[in-house]
Write a protein that binds this ligand. Structure first.
Ligand code: NDP
Length: 785
């Protein structure tokens, strides 16, 4: 026998990692765990425990406490108490604790990896080489931000108590993504791990004890969905950070609506994996293996839709089938296994049901010739070809090792197919033509794009979704904003540089009322409101100063349609041209400054002249930022540049505050426009006339039709229509707190971003508005000859 023949026929021998150290650790705890609250292990008030099972063999690993609402309350109170000192602790001290966590995780890396594999069923190769090293990296990286917070985030403070709810697919990694930035920024944490995978979080709690972390800074409460719901609803929580299904994300959005709690949601996906005909096919095949069979496909950003250019489709499928035939499914502790166990029977049934649906809907199924182990929860790698774009398996998140393949002919078609989803978490693009790859990357609506690579993660790069994949970012500088708030005094100081504190001047008293009814401004034209009604506008002393059209649902729909039609063009308009248009707006406003000042004084009884000046300055600021709000290049490891690019959100509804109506319009709408968004603006119902006068400024300033639409009317009625509208990507609502809840609840349809502000008081500063007006896309570009 030749050496080649021996190598080709050599069977795989088992190479299992020893489970004993992890089993010993479980035994040391007598196989039963309490809740980790205020630095101590506490018996749950519920007196209930539940089992956590090894999905690879169905055996019980341990019993874990089930926290109820009383336990949640205790944990939140402990976190609140700890916040008093922790938030005042110097950045350097917090950095030392985070550093200690990183070191401890590295020192116990093997134990963590084995425990994770036992509890979750994912291959040891992944926990050992990916999950745990990345966990340590997140703590190191954020130790750095704790150190730098005082200089780099001057003027920002921690939020308070953060409730964090994580899923079962990356149990310790998701903990790290959430706990590390929260602590770095001076928050305290109550974390609920997933029911299926609580063990590594409990080991982490032990590490917190060992390093002497002040009691209450990290609290770990195990439990079920009800525990999570109690945490979400607890009034003592300042922010909820959630990763999991879009369905539960929606419930949480509704539950926190109007509460003032900050929220970040990292939800599901149906990410495209796009292969152009000039791609390096062998690399692309390895990419697919990583994209859909990593963690058995139970990955939020799994490349579950393979889009292949028609000319190479059959060749690609053939290579893929050959590769699939060689994959190994089995004991996750075996170091030579590619795919481990599915998390639980319920998930296995979901995968089987969706695969059956795929067959019924006419797609062609292919699975390798070998069988998966009969014991335990296993599913083979699966390829569907001839998949129709609208079919269930092309649209629904399967969360299993199932790939749905579709073909395309042109780059335009690839982009259309890639974006034909309600999600927008990630995408992978394969082409040797970097021009094409980057061009397509900018057109795909997703938070992370990998070029000639896939599933690259690093603490220095933000991760998070567009559309129904959620909002907020985890990792990178952009992820820090989720855990801080502007210090109020700072904001007030900024606000004073605007027209705040204007002295009341009754200059309008001597002027006669102006009898004129303004129309709406939609698609670049002044149009009558659909209702045919108008609404009176009064001065603070009760005099009638004018009338505006009473817009309704239909007007909003027309305005959204116009804004959507203009979106692509405006997004692609060069930043320099956007700046030019904003300067032109300022120029034309300044020509009519006196008229605007008079009108403002009439409506508000304040010094209109000062407000016009402040509005001009705001437009200049927006113009200045149009070509200067830059992205970052994240220093991720490997030979790689990761471009973090702020992109527009899309079509935005802006409901303006009552104070300083013109300044608010200029600052909020001007900045959103500068960032490439198209707008439907609802002026303050108390002082809408400055906005309606603004039509003429818009008409003379080269603002493309449909980019900036204005609908006057009842604020909450119009806000509700905007929040419910599936083609609106974000709503900013300034108004009474009851309206916050209305908007936030109604926004769950397409999980649009919302930003709620008081109807009066200082306006947010430009920096905050710029962040709200954009979403960061990370494009990973590896290089190497
Ligand atoms: P969920 O979204 O239900 O669970 C995520 C986390 O939220 C868990 O800790 C869960 O607790 C908790 N939770 C459940 N209900 C509530 C609630 N009402 N309020 C607050 N917290 C709650 O995901 P599942 O684990 O049930 O998985 C279902 C499907 O979701 C999967 O098939 C998959 O398609 C998708 N999924 C997507 C993930 C992603 O990263 N995109 C991650 C996980 C799942 P508990 O575990 O105790 O139920």
């Amino acid at each position: 026998m030749t050496l080649t023949e021996i190598m080709q026929t050599l069977p795989y021998g088992p190479a299992p990692e020893a489970a004993q150290p992890a089993m010993d650790w479980l035994k040391a705890h007598k196989g039963k765990f309490q809740l980790f609250i205020a630095g101590k292990w506490r018996t749950p008030a519920s007196r209930e425990w539940f089992a956590t099972i090894n999905p690879a063999n169905g055996q019980k690993l341990a019993e874990v406490a089930l926290a109820n609402a009383t336990d949640v309350d205790k944990a939140v109170k402990a976190a609140r108490k700890a916040f008093v000192e922790w938030s005042q602790t110097r950045g350097h001290v917090r950095a030392r604790y985070l550093y200690a966590m990183a070191r401890q995780i590295q020192k116990h890396a093997r134990l963590f990896a084995v425990l994770e594999t036992l509890d979750n069923g994912k291959p040891i190769r992944e926990t050992r080489d990916i999950d745990i090293p990345l966990v340590a990296r997140h703590f190191y990286y954020h130790a750095g931000w704790a150190q730098l917070m005082e200089s780099e985030l001057a003027g920002y403070a921690p939020l308070g108590v953060v409730g964090q709810i994580i899923p079962w697919n990356f149990p310790l990694l998701m903990l790290a993504w959430k706990v590390a930035p929260a602590l770095a920024m001076g928050n305290t944490v109550v974390l609920k791990p997933a029911e299926f995978t609580p063990l590594t979080a409990l080991l982490f709690a032990e590490i917190c004890q060992n390093i002497g972390l002040p009691p209450g800074v990290v609290n770990i409460i195990t439990g079920d969905g009800k525990t999570g719901a109690a945490l979400v609803e607890h009034p003592g929580v300042d922010k909820i950070a959630f990763t999991g299904s879009t369905e539960v994300g929606r419930i949480i959005r509704k539950a926190t609506a109007g509460s003032g709690k900050k929220l970040s949601l990292e939800l599901g996906g149906k990410s495209p994996f796009v292969v152009f005909e000039d791609a390096d096919l062998d690399s692309a095949v390895e990419g697919v293996v990583d994209a859909i069979w990593f963690n058995q496909g139970q990955v939020c950003c799994a490349g579950s839709r393979l889009l292949v250019q028609e000319g190479i489709a059959e060749k690609m499928y053939a290579k893929l089938r050959a590769r699939m035939e060689k994959l190994r499914v089995g004991d996750p502790l075996d170091k030579a296994v590619d795919l481990g166990a599915i998390i639980a029977p319920v998930q296995l049934e979901k995968i089987q049901r969706l695969v059956q649906k795929g067959v019924e809907e006419g797609a062609k199924l292919w699975q390798p010739s070998w069988a998966v182990p009969a014991e335990g929860c296993f599913y083979p790698p699966t390829l569907f070809t001839e998949v129709a774009p609208a079919s269930t398996i092309a649209q629904e998140e399967i969360f299993g090792p199932v790939l749905a393949a579709l073909t395309f002919r042109t780059p335009e078609e690839a982009v259309r197919l890639a974006n034909n989803t309600r999600y927008g978490l990630a995408a992978s693009i394969w082409s040797e033509d970097i021009n094409l790859a980057l061009d397509v990357a900018t057109q795909i609506k997703a938070g992370t794009i990998w070029i000639n690579s896939t599933n690259l993660f690093d603490a220095a790069s933000g991760f998070g979704g567009y559309r129904e994949s959620g909002f907020g970012r985890e990792g990178g500088r952009e992820g820090l904003w989720e855990y801080v708030k502007k210090i109020e005094q700072h904001r007030t100081a900024q606000g004073q540089s605007s027209a705040r504190g204007l002295t009341a001047k009754a200059s309008a008293e001597s002027l006669p009322p102006i009898d004129r009814t303004a129309k709406l401004f939609i698609g670049g034209k002044q149009v009558r409101p659909d209702s045919g009604y108008s609404k009176a506008v009064h001065a603070p002393d009760g005099r009638l100063v004018g009338e505006v059209g009473l817009g309704n649902r239909k007007d909003i729909r027309n305005a959204v349609e116009a804004a959507r039609a203009a979106q692509e063009g405006w997004r692609k308009t060069a930043a320099h041209s956007k700046a030019q248009i904003l300067y032109f707006l300022a120029e034309n406003l300044s020509q009519r400054a006196e008229e605007f000042a008079r009108r403002l004084s009439e409506q508000t009884g304040q010094d209109g002249g000062a407000e016009v000046e402040a509005a001009l300055e705001a437009l200049f600021t927006a113009a200045a930022w149009a070509d200067k709000y830059e992205g970052l290049v994240h220093p991720t490891p490997l030979r790689n540049v990761t471009l973090a690019i702020p992109e527009p959100i899309g079509v935005m509804g802006i409901l303006c505050p009552d104070d300083q109506p013109l300044l608010a319009l200029a600052r909020l709408a001007g900045t959103a426009l500068a960032m490439g968004n198209t707008l439907v603006v609802v002026p303050s119902p108390l002082a809408p006339l400055s906005a309606t006068d603004f039509y003429q400024v818009l008409e003379t300033s080269d603002v493309p039709a449909g980019t900036f639409n204005i609908v006057t009317g009842e604020r909450d009625e119009l806000a509700l229509t905007l929040a419910e509208h599936d083609d609106v990507d974000a709503v900013w609502y300034a108004g009474p707190q009851a309206g916050w809840a209305l908007v936030e609840k109604a926004s769950t349809g397409n999980m649009k971003r919302t930003w709620t502000l008081p109807s009066s008081g200082p306006l947010p500063d430009t920096e905050e508005i710029l962040r709200q007006a954009t979403q960061v896309k990370n494009i990973w570009v590896p290089y190497g000859a």
